[in-house]
Design a protein around this ligand. Structure first.
Ligand code: AMP
Length: 282
């Protein structure tokens, strides 16, 4: 019989299982996700295996990180298919808590960061990173893994997590995983499922534009001018609106005036009902 990833739904059960592994001297990795798993997520599981003996993937669509007019209700949920994908990847455990388990009645704590959550996605999604920081803090304290893996697809999220883990002395090593793309260049995302066939053709112009603009930035063209050109190209391709297109320093997320060794190009744009994000090193 082939391997089946077991599933646990309560914090007590999760802690019991992790304590059992710890007693055997095993190292634990946690990979937090919202499910609708794709090969980007599985790449995180593979990276986790290189750093630990046991890999736990959490699947929780976190209501606190969605704004009132966002896609919480229609966010793809497919637990059966996710468990099959995790089993194929030989994942040791799926932790799938209910909303009540994570936020029982009376829950009133919020983890909030100053500054670095006001820019990029934080500017267009107020409260989003408070929701992320709160749920990730909880998951890290529930599992207390040796390492936790987060993708560079959500680059700002990765930096926010690194920051509060440092600030709060949470004893976990945070590891960033490379951004995985589909064959047409589009960053792999659970939200790509929202795109129609026509929108998908438009969507791949987003990474293509990033590559073009980054190349010209390396060639010394003025950054402000390039951003204007880039925005024009994205809208001409068929995107409806652009939340941001910005050069920033990868580690601090401060705005870049010139291209340095740490400069990255970040974008978020809307196409129909779908909001797509992407980023590349310059
Ligand atoms: P999500 O389920 O979208 O919340 O993502 C869970 C984790 O997977 C986050 O750390 C994401 O950054 C990461 N992730 C999602 N898509 C990708 C991708 N295409 N490449 C790398 N990491 C990804």
């Amino acid at each position: 019989m082939s391997f089946q990833t077991p599933i646990l739904r309560t914090v007590d059960d999760l802690r019991d299982q992790i304590a059992h592994w710890r007693n055997k001297g095993e190292r634990i990795a946690l990979v937090p996700t919202m499910g609708a798993l794709h090969h980007g997520h599985i790449s995180l599981v593979e990276l986790a295996k290189r750093h630990a003996d046991r890999v736990v993937v959490s699947i929780f669509v976190n209501p606190k990180q969605f704004g009132p007019n966002e896609d919480l209700a229609k966010y793809p949920r497919q637990e059966e298919a996710d468990l099959q994908a995790l089993s194929r990847a030989q994942t040791d455990l799926a932790f799938c808590p209910t909303v009540d388990q994570m936020y029982p009645e009376g829950f009133c704590t919020n983890i909030s960061l100053a500054g670095m959550t006001d820019v990029l996605c934080g500017a267009s999604r107020p409260g989003h990173f408070d929701g992320v920081a709160t749920v990730v803090t909880k998951l890290l304290l529930q599992a207390v893994p040796d390492v936790a893996i987060f993708g560079e697809k959500d680059y700002q999220q990765l930096q926010v997590i690194r920051r509060f883990v440092l600030d709060l002395n949470i004893p976990v090593q945070i590891i960033g995983a490379p951004l995985i793309r589909d064959a047409d260049g589009l960053a792999t995302s659970s939200r790509n499922a929202y795109l129609s066939a026509e929108e998908r053709v438009i969507a791949k112009q987003l990474p293509a534009t990033l590559i073009q603009i980054a190349e010209q930035a390396r060639g010394g063209k003025p950054l402000q001018e390039l951003l204007e050109t880039g925005k024009k190209l994205i809208l001409e391709a068929g995107f409806d609106t652009i939340d941001y297109l910005e050069f920033r320093e990868a580690s601090t997320l401060a705005a870049s005036q010139i291209v340095g060794h740490d400069t990255r190009l970040f974008v978020a744009a809307r196409l129909g009902k779908t909001r797509l994000i992407d980023n590349i090193p310059v």
